[in-house]
Ligand binder design. Structure first.
Ligand SMILES: C[S@@+](CC[C@H](N)C(=O)[O-])C[C@H]1O[C@@H](n2cnc3c(N)ncnc32)[C@H](O)[C@@H]1O
Length: 262
């Protein structure tokens, strides 16, 4: 009897230890955290609620943020994603690096690759001067529809043009179809394997001018090694790195700023 209760106690102890290890792992290891949040927790919640995470984020904003107040929209998204469900917005910490870069450049025309729910589009648009414009590119129609509502709710729709489609298709159309001469600022935040080819495409399409600034998110996690190798070894770009951490997590990350020298 004593022996079987000791075995049971041992099993409970081992299970608790495994659970503790799992919790520590998903808080400190980016890959483990993404597997848990994006592949397990999110799919189960979607199934139970019959609704996507992005729709839940939008609903939370519609119910809790102040219409027409971009800061309130950003803070409400940050609250949801830090307390309830992780999501791939640039977030409040790296968002400050983004803000400072936009304020420093004071762009007339900016491009964002990767809109998702519109968090960073709202963040950038609220800082734009009168008459300035942000073009933001998203290829997922569901995310684009959510972002459109988010941008309108934040009241920045006059400064944002949402272009739905893949970056590799949209970039070559920017001059003729969207009347862009050159871009003052580009925020790269789409799939990481597109950072390098799209940077090359921007140059091939003559969309960069001397002084155009690129800011790339997630250069450590998930990482964009091909882009980093390309940009840091290119005499046409002057690079600087801003260490930070992954949105809403204690996982190391950084942003790369690259000034086009012409
Ligand atoms: C990290 S999220 C963007 C987050 C957003 N910038 C923010 O901070 O709120 C990346 C988004 O890029 C989109 N995406 C990925 N590759 C793309 C491509 N080649 N063209 C257009 N959109 C793309 C994905 O669908 C996803 O919504």
């Amino acid at each position: 009897m004593l022996e079987s209760s000791s075995v049971l106690l041992f099993i409970v102890f081992v299970l608790l230890f495994i659970l503790l290890l799992f919790v520590v792992l998903i808080r400190t290891n980016g890959t483990a955290a993404l597997i848990w949040h994006e592949l397990i927790k999110e799919k189960i919640t979607n199934f139970i609620m019959n609704q996507s995470k992005e729709q839940r984020i939008l609903n939370f904003v519609l119910q809790n943020a102040v219409r027409g107040d971009p800061r309130s929209v950003m803070e409400t998204i940050d609250k949801y994603c830090s307390e309830k469900e992780w999501a791939m917005n640039v977030g409040d910490v790296k968002g400050v690096i983004l803000d400072k870069t936009v304020e420093e450049i004071n762009p007339s025309i900016a491009l964002e690759l990767g809109t998702y729910c519109g968090y960073s589009a709202v963040r950038i648009a609220r800082l734009l001067k009168a008459g300035a414009c942000l073009l933001t590119v998203e290829f997922n129609p569901e995310f684009a529809a959510i972002a459109k509502q988010m941008i309108e709710f934040a009241g920045v729709q006059d400064k944002v043009k949402l272009l739905q489609g893949p970056s590799e298709v949209i970039i070559p159309q920017l001059k003729k179809k969207y009347e862009v001469d050159t871009l003052d600022f580009v925020f790269l935040d789409h799939w990481k394997d597109r950072y390098a080819p799209d940077t090359i495409l921007l140059q091939e399409c003559s969309l960069l001018r001397k002084g155009s600034v690129l800011l790339a998110d997630n250069i450590i996690f998930p990482g964009a090694p091909e882009f980093i190798k390309y940009i840091r070894n290119n005499p046409r770009f002057q690079c600087s790195t801003y260490p930070s951490h992954l949105e809403y997590m204690k996982v190391q990350d950084a942003m790369e700023k690259a000034v086009f020298l012409g």
